[in-house]
Design a protein around this ligand. Structure first.
Ligand code: HSE
Length: 393
């Protein structure tokens, strides 16, 4: 009889528990043999004999076939990944922050040794988008990607509209459902979406995007007035991550977007994610599925574990290609900007202004602005300001 594939698991939070829900069944061909957690006392009654005594207890165990890294700490996650790969063990990770922030290092590591390092679970949970971008689409076959890639913020925006919940009540519900990061500002301020966008850009365009240069602007300052304004123009508010290729240039940003009703992303609700891949010759393909939560994310890790066991690796053909676009923030976008302090329009140089409205309680301006202006502006971080992209005119 074929022996079960033995997994050494790091982390037993929401996704780790989702993995054990899926795999701890007699008929499963994968078995979680050892689990390393930060707080052993907390998990001792639950995990008893499977609790690893240390990191090395797993990494040095010759009977462990695959390392699955599902911890929160991105620095420790990189260390585990390095050590595991250098000991000849395949690694499956869901740590978007660790991967997006260290892509060059991780690419080098993978060139140096032959063991699989897979991370489908780091991006859009149940949607198999990394492998699709990596293998289905060739170089230059993608002109742009746009997506809702964060389940927590999509859940909050949906519940604010559908159930008239306050932002904070909707966030609490997202947290209790296990959608949010342990530091929810990662979701709210669109860092999580930015990390995922960087991974998508690498596999779609072959570009290792500099994470700190990508504009991320979340929904922390959204008000019901902004949502009402979007509705009055027939749109719904979504947090959209977008990377667009224009010849030999690639731009990328995450910010709220007023999405018209006919757009596929308008129908993506709750913790679901949706990714549209735009192509020059076949219009667009739309991928949709659960984007957060223990089991949906763990299901992507299960697919990666099986793939790693068959020695599947990302080819990184687009990364290794000679012709790749250069990253730029020198592009224009149409935005809505609501603000309290009436000096704001002077501090935020618009290229062209389309609408300007001001009364005692509510001021807004719409128009065209350079993305670089938004990246370098302190003003947009003012809690009294809310910016959203508008559909192209
Ligand atoms: N906090 C993340 C989200 C979890 O809400 O999308 C899934 O990556």
């Amino acid at each position: 009889m074929k022996r079960k594939l033995r997994i050494g698991l790091f982390g037993f939070g929401c996704v780790g528990q989702g993995l054990s829900d899926i795999l701890d069944r007699p008929e499963s061909s994968l078995s979680i043999e050892k689990i390393c957690v930060r707080n052993r006392e907390k998990y001792r009654p639950l995990l008893n004999e499977r609790l690893a005594s240390s990191q090395e207890d797993i990494l040095d165990d010759p009977d462990i076939d695959v390392i699955v890294e599902l911890i929160d700490d991105h620095v420790a996650a990189l260390d585990i990944t390095r050590q595991a790969l250098s000991r000849g063990k395949p690694v499956v990770s869901a740590n978007k922050r660790m991967i997006a922030g260290n892509l060059d290092t991780l690419l080098d590591l993978q060139r140096e040794q032959p063991h699989p390092f897979l991370y489908e679970a780091a991006c859009c949970a149940s949607i198999p988008i990394i492998r699709t971008l990596e293998h289905y689409y060739g170089p230059s076959e993608i002109s742009g990607i746009e997506g809702i890639v964060n389940g927590t913020t999509n859940y909050i925006l949906t519940r604010m509209v559908r159930n008239d919940l306050s932002f904070h009540d909707a966030l609490k519900l997202a947290q209790s459902n296990g959608f949010a990061e342990s530091d929810p500002s990662m979701d709210i301020e669109a860092f999580d979406a930015k990390f995922k966008l960087c991974l998508l850009a690498t596999h779609a365009f072959g570009v290792v995007v500099p994470v700190d240069k990508v504009f991320n602007y979340g929904i922390g300052s959204i008000s019901k007035k902004d949502i009402a304004w979007a509705h009055s123009s027939g749109c719904t508010v979504k947090l959209v991550a977008r990377a667009t290729r224009n010849g030999d240039q690639l731009s990328a940003a995450v910010l709220p977007q007023f999405v018209p009703p006919h757009h596929p992303l308008a129908g993506v609700e709750n913790e679901y994610n949706g990714v549209l891949v735009h192509t020059p010759y076949s219009d667009a393909q739309f991928f949709h599925g659960r984007g957060a939560g223990g089991r949906p994310t763990a299901s992507a890790a299960v697919a990666d574990i099986a793939a790693a066991a068959s020695r599947y690796r990302y080819g990184y053909d687009k990364v290794n290609a000679l012709a790749k676009p250069d990253f730029t923030n020198d592009v224009f976008l149409r935005v809505y900007c609501r603000y309290g302090d009436t000096n704001i329009p002077r501090e935020l140089p618009f290229d062209t202004v389309e609408q300007y409205f001001s009364d005692r309680q509510y001021n807004y301006i719409t128009g065209r602005i350079n993305l670089e202006t938004l990246v370098s502006s302190e003003v947009v971080r003012n809690p009294d300001v809310f910016i959203a992209a508008l559909p192209a005119a």
